[in-house]
Design a protein around this ligand. Structure first.
Ligand SMILES: Cc1ncc(COP(=O)(O)O)c(C=O)c1O
Length: 436
């Protein structure tokens, strides 16, 4: 049992602290598809932690690699010095993208990856004599972490309103969520491809010569699983090419198998210039993020006088433990054919999710890869309350889900089996029938 002092001492992130501390939910251990609480009660992980444990918890290969590394090289500075695992991982990551990128820059989180990518873009344009390209275009309802850069290009009002003016020079594409046209779509929605053309309007307004980059999540996760309409990302790519604007895909949740492909860009067949990742990179075991860049971006900065080319980096960039976890995770992805397994589950997953159609409060179900969303009608005047009630009930009944407003987002470890899908949707179905 946690004491009142302990509860009070921990200021919890993205949590209703008072509500939580009145009735804490605690996990004490985890393996495979399950968390366990302090009494050993199993909780099925319907969300892979925070989308970050694709291989399941405490995978022995990853655990062993981290144990070995901590006993060998506990820490190495990343400035002006390196260690073998950092280079090996970079090479293997590039290979995992099918050589779509040339370089990897390590950070410690998705937020830092986003801020790093934004800084790289500015430095790139400046190095090519286009230093006036400083504007970023992102999208309403986007989530790009909580650094000032990521928050500024983020499009979730609650994440912005407490924090002042943020970065200037950001404009926003409309989001693509449209229940009237797309409710209960299976896979990518048909309606909304034209929304990418809003970039033309923003280019006309600001002039292309002032725009540095467009940053979007290929699939918006934190906003509650908003899928790109068919052809939307390709249109954005084409427009960016037309105007010399760089395209950044924030793949912090979609990277490392979530769509059944290594990255979402593989799934959509649309390559960005920069890609931000984190989470599944180390199976969530050690914090790490990575920015992937096209060779042209790196090469542009490798000009000029010798010396530091990019004044940016973190004390823990390329931490040996994170690199060990990353290398081991890639090994597991390949050797255990995790993506093939994920793909073999998606049809069953889709059917199970859509079997909830017609249950009380359910106004939309949507899915792609091993991602699902259940959108509930909000209780008048209490947005988010209904989904939160489902969340609490599910946890009490041994299932971990995630909510954003009144949207339930599901993103299980990719190793799940049909029996887990049955339990997850079976429980949710019962709860939805009984929740107010
Ligand atoms: C698309 C996207 N970008 C950035 C982040 C921030 O990552 P982190 O929480 O590791 O800073 C997240 C986190 O969920 C995310 O989904």
């Amino acid at each position: 049992m946690l004491s009142q002092q302990q509860l009070n001492a921990y200021w919890m992130p993205f949590t209703g602290n008072r509500d939580y501390k009145a009735a804490p939910r605690v996990v004490a251990s985890a393996s495979g598809m399950y968390y366990r609480d302090q009494d050993g009660r199993e909780i099925l992980d319907g969300t892979a932690g925070l989308w970050c444990v694709p291989l399941g918890h405490s995978h022995p290969t990853v655990v062993k690699a981290v144990q070995d590394m901590v006993a060998t090289l506990d820490y190495a500075p990343a400035f002006q010095i390196g260690h073998p695992a950092a280079f090996e991982l970079a090479e293997q990551l590039i290979d995992y993208t099918g050589n779509a990128f040339g370089q990897v820059f390590y950070t410690n989180s998705g937020s830092e990856a986003v801020d790093t990518a934004l800084k790289m873009v500015l430095a790139y344009h400046r190095s090519r004599g286009e230093g006036q390209r400083t504007r970023f275009i992102s999208r309403e309802r986007g989530y790009h972490g909580v650094g000032f850069g990521g928050m500024s290009v983020g499009g979730l009002p609650a994440n912005r309103k407490q924090f002042g003016n943020l970065l200037g020079g950001v404009d926003y594409l409309p989001h693509t969520h449209n229940l009237e046209k797309n409710a209960f779509s299976r896979g990518l929605p048909e309606y909304g491809t034209h929304l990418a053309d809003e970039l033309e309007r923003l280019v006309a307004l600001h002039d292309a010569s002032t725009i540095a980059a467009v940053i979007v999540e290929p699939l918006a996760g934190s906003a509650g699983v908003i899928l790109p309409p068919k052809g939307y990302l390709q249109r954005l790519r084409n427009l960016c090419d037309k105007y010399g604007i760089l395209l950044i895909f924030d793949e912090v949740i979609t990277g490392f198998g979530r769509m059944g492909t290594p990255f979402a860009f593989n799934y959509f067949g649309v390559e960005p210039d920069l890609m931000t990742t984190a989470k599944g990179l180390t199976n969530g075991v050690v914090p790490m993020g990575a920015v992937f860049s096209k060779p042209a971006i790196y090469d542009a900065l490798m000009q000029g006088p010798a010396g530091i080319e990019l004044f940016h980096g973190y004390t823990y960039s390329g931490h040996p433990l994170a690199c060990a976890a990353g290398l081991a995770s890639l090994k597991v992805f390949k050797e255990e054919k995790v993506l093939e397994h994920a793909q073999s589950m998606t049809a069953y997953w889709e059917d199970a999710l859509h079997s909830l159609k017609g249950l009380p409060h359910v106004i939309d179900l949507r899915n792609v890869g091993l991602i699902g969303a259940i959108e509930l009608e909000s209780i008048a005047g209490k947005p988010g309350a209904r989904a939160m009630a489902v969340y609490k009930k599910a946890f009490a009944e041994g299932v971990l889900i995630r909510t954003t407003g009144d949207i339930i987002a599901l993103s299980p470890p990719l190793i799940l089996e049909k029996k887990h899908i049955d339990v997850l949707f079976g429980k949710l179905s019962e709860i939805l029938k009984n929740v107010d």
